[in-house]
Design a protein around this ligand. Structure first.
Ligand SMILES: [Zn+2]
Length: 241
């Protein structure tokens, strides 16, 4: 008689749930950077097939949260300080040009939309919604690029923002997030006064501040109890002041 493995409610666990649980564990720092995600263990923890686990890992790799190494397996991505520095350097180069172009073309409708965007940033920060606030903070820059009306520059910036967003997602403190929104407001203010020079300088300083805040990457502990890290936490959403 064939052995039957009993995996209660395994059918209910979708790829999305696995992606969500792993993302959440990284955001809440239960899973450290560099942690190995052994497929077999994940199958056991979630009670799903290897195919489903692989689908989830591929999805996470697309978002750059996970790095897949041939013959070694899947790991929580650990962006190197050098990579972070180069991404922010490239952003400063590109965003200077974008802000100048936006200053020439901005309409009152653009400003209204950006004001609404800032309000959404503040709401997400107040609600302690880390993934949403992170997305909105990055999107502020992309919106300016869209309004500057150069699709190629917008595409380049979107790529750069998504590359920097894993780092900001993980390491930006609540305090520096609030600073970010205030700095966004200051850039917008200079732009509204059509002071392109000042807006460019403020944007440059803003990107330097964000990068500096990220400079302290935590050390990695690769030894991790996956089962404990991925079980549902009892308390949630504790945000450091
Ligand atoms: Zn910003």
């Amino acid at each position: 008689m064939p052995r039957r493995r009993r995996k209660p409610s395994s059918a209910a666990i979708s790829t999305e749930v696995i992606v969500h649980r792993i993302t959440e564990a990284v955001l809440e720092q239960r899973l450290p950077l560099g942690a190995k995600l052994a497929e077999e263990k994940l199958c056991k923890i979630f009670g799903v097939s290897r195919t489903k686990v692989r689908q989830a890992l591929n999805r996470l790799a697309q978002n750059r949260l996970v790095t897949l190494l041939p013959r070694r397996g899947a790991f929580i991505t650990r962006p190197s300080p050098r990579e972070a520095q180069q991404v922010f350097d490239a952003r400063r180069v590109v965003e200077r040009e974008i802000v100048e172009r936006f200053a020439e073309k901005a309409t009152s409708e653009h400003f209204e939309k950006l004001e609404a965007h800032l309000a959404a940033e503040r709401r997400a920060i107040e609600a302690g919604n880390v993934p949403l606030r992170n997305r909105l903070l990055g999107m502020f820059h992309v919106r300016i690029a869209e309004f500057a009306d150069n699709e190629v520059l917008t595409q380049i910036l979107t790529g750069l923002v998504s590359r920097s967003s894993l780092v900001t997602l993980l390491f930006q403190s609540n305090r520096s997030v609030i600073c970010s929104t205030d700095e966004h407001a200051a850039v917008l203010d200079a732009l509204r006064k059509r002071d392109a020079k000042k807006a460019v300088r403020l944007m440059d300083e803003h990107l330097i501040h964000v990068e500096r805040d990220l400079a302290r990457l935590p050390t990695i502990g690769v030894q991790v109890d996956l089962e404990a890290a991925l079980s549902l936490p009892r308390t949630r959403a504790k945000v450091a002041a």
